[in-house]
Design a protein. Structure first.
Length: 299
């Protein structure tokens, strides 16, 4: 099957923007975790995203039903893993775990993609790819450890950490399953289908949260939060990521998730007043080195 006419360089740019938008989602979710209930944030995010997608994605999804209907089981899993599971678990986990723990767990995604790909999907691991993962992951550890390796040993695994780790597992599986969808499928149409399925999965969680008495006040801050998470990290980032996976493969696309701690540190400095330290710069250098090594192996 032929891949879409997207150059590797453009795919890498789109994957970089994906990491930036998702980093903003994490920083904003951490900043607003006391004000916005997790399932409310997830439901609002994907409701907005679906409203934006339907005018552009409904028609191609319907026209190409002969392409995706034979893959309906995979499509169902993509919606439940990538939309319902990943996002709801991340927002829920961030209610209970520290930002450092969340970023550290998020950095396991590329490793899980490579590991699950080798174990369950028959994806070979190249030496350069394994080395790139190791270098990039070392940079991630340096950032989240604040330059002090002893901090890593002190991280306690609480329920928030466990929930966020489950989200990472969901995303790794989503990335690998995405490779099996026909490349000829319109990406906006495919994303519209995924979001529709995912939103159906989120709805009972949202109702359960409201029934439990967890309500979110609507004000300028919460509405602005909904507006951001419902657009750039949802519609734009998912579309870019889907294109990137199709063009350069799951493992290489997953490497760009290692850019998130770098972007997270920069966004936290700009919007949360956190200072950029020397260990940030050293870690960012290693992260970029790993991503560069991984992308150079692709023609």
């Amino acid at each position: 099957m032929t891949k879409p006419s997207l150059s590797p360089r453009l795919a890498y740019l789109l994957l970089t923007l994906t990491a930036l938008f998702w980093s903003g989602n994490f920083v904003l979710a951490r900043a607003m975790h006391a004000s916005v209930a997790p399932m409310t944030l997830s439901f609002a995010r994907w409701s907005i995203a679906l409203c934006l997608l339907l005018p552009f994605g409904a028609a191609p999804a319907w026209r190409q039903r002969a392409l995706w209907l034979p893959h309906w089981r995979r499509l169902l899993l993509l919606g439940l893993l990538g939309v319902t599971g990943f996002n709801s678990l991340v927002y829920w986990g961030l209610q209970y775990t520290a930002a450092t723990n969340g970023v550290l767990l998020n950095s396991f995604i590329p490793i899980l993609i490579v590991l699950f790909g080798a174990l369950f999907f028959g994806v070979a691991i190249a030496r350069r790819q394994a080395l790139a993962v190791a270098i990039s992951f070392a940079g991630v550890l340096l950032v989240v450890a604040h330059g002090d390796w002893q901090r890593l040993a002190a991280l306690d695994i609480n329920r928030g950490d466990a929930v966020v780790f489950l989200a990472m597992v969901a995303w790794a599986l989503y990335t690998l399953l995405l490779r099996g969808m026909p490349p000829a499928l319109d990406r906006i149409g495919l994303l519209t289908l995924q979001v529709s399925i995912g939103l159906v999965g989120i709805a009972p969680l949202f109702v359960w949260e409201l029934a439990g008495g967890r309500h979110t006040a609507l004000n300028v801050a919460t509405l602005a939060t909904f507006a951001y998470v419902g657009t750039l990290p949802s519609v734009a980032a998912y579309y870019f990521y889907n294109l990137g996976v199709t063009r350069v493969g799951a493992a290489r696309a997953g490497m760009f998730i290692h850019l998130m701690p770098m972007f997270g540190a920069l966004l936290s400095m700009l919007f949360l007043g956190e200072a950029l330290q020397l260990y940030h710069l050293a870690g960012i250098t290693l992260i970029l080195a790993g991503v560069t090594l991984a992308t150079r192996s692709h023609g």
